[in-house]
Design a protein around this ligand. Structure first.
Ligand SMILES: [Zn+2]
Length: 296
């Protein structure tokens, strides 16, 4: 453990120290293990149109300095009595040393890549899919890949991709290529594996989905519903630069936050501060992300 800054905000410091860690909770009949792939450092330009003067007073009470933003990259293992699933796979080897620690986090939890039965994809951006492969080889040799039909269709029509999204195309394609012959296409509402339902969360990408683990004290793994919770929980209308359809992404965020706050459903996601298990409360005109006991 080290801290190279005495002024670093506490939430940000925690995000930067979690690469390779794992933290578990129970949901339904499963043990769910948050796996920290690492973090990325962002500046406010990732939220188009948001001024620093507006962001600073929103982030500060939530333990974050809007001039120094860090974002966790998480994936999840869902461990059953005789089955092991992953939700997303982190960055693999494609980015810098702060990322790509999924396998280390799995090892810390006693989980082996060859034991993974299925990888449930929220969407096919590089920070979710690139951990599936190493060169031309799948890291999870016995796993099927489960993807939504709309997500598959989106990456199958590259001519309609923006330049920004086109930068992700090779990684999406490689995810499909290294799992050809063992990819299952599903639609929201389907129980994709026992007790786990695919949930439509369109906007970030057209086929972006979450996975809800049903049963006692259910848990929604919501993918990229938020990227910067210290800002977007208070201001769900602040969209992320990588959202394919910002208007739909904002509508989805508002709808899901309202639902989980009303129903008291636990949530976690790929970019909430590791390990990210939390309940959502209404606060002011927005929401509060309240980590549950498993968090650190
Ligand atoms: Zn992401």
């Amino acid at each position: 453990m080290q801290s190279d800054s005495t002024t670093e905000a506490p939430v940000t410091a925690g995000i930067r120290r979690s690469a390779g860690r794992s933290v578990a909770t129970d949901a339904g009949g499963y043990r769910v293990v948050a796996l920290c792939d690492g973090h990325v450092d962002f500046d406010l330009s990732r939220l188009p149109g948001v001024a620093l003067d507006d962001a600073l007073p929103v982030a500060a009470p939530r333990g974050v300095d809007a001039r120094d933003l860090a974002v966790s990259v998480n994936a999840f293992a869902v461990v059953g009595p005789d089955r092991l699933y992953l939700v997303d796979s982190g960055n693999g080897t494609i980015r810098g040393p702060g990322l790509g620690h999924l396998l280390q986090a799995m090892a810390a939890a006693g989980l082996r890549p060859e034991d993974v039965d299925a990888v449930l994809m929220t969407h096919m951006h590089g920070d979710h899919v690139a951990g599936l492969y190493d060169g031309d080889r799948s890291v999870f040799p016995n796993a099927e890949m489960i993807v939504s039909e709309a997500e598959r269709a989106f990456w199958d029509a590259p001519e309609q991709l923006s330049e920004l999204q086109r930068g992700q195309l090779d990684m999406a394609r490689k995810g499909f290529a290294t799992h050809s012959g063992r990819t299952t296409i599903a639609n929201p509402g389907a129980e994709v594996v026992p007790g786990i339902t695919m949930v439509a969360l369109p906007g970030h990408t057209p086929g972006h989905v979450g996975y809800r683990i049903d049963g006692s004290d259910p848990l929604l793994i919501w993918g990229d519903v938020v990227h910067l919770p210290a800002l977007q929980m208070a201001r769900p209308d602040w969209y992320f630069v990588f959202d394919v359809d910002p208007e739909t992404a904002v509508a989805t965020r508002r709808r899901i936050l309202d639902e989980v706050a009303t129903d008291g459903i636990r949530v976690t996601g790929a970019h909430v501060p590791f390990p990210g298990f939390a309940r959502i409360e209404r606060a002011g005109g927005g929401y509060l992300y309240r980590p549950t006991d498993e968090s650190l």
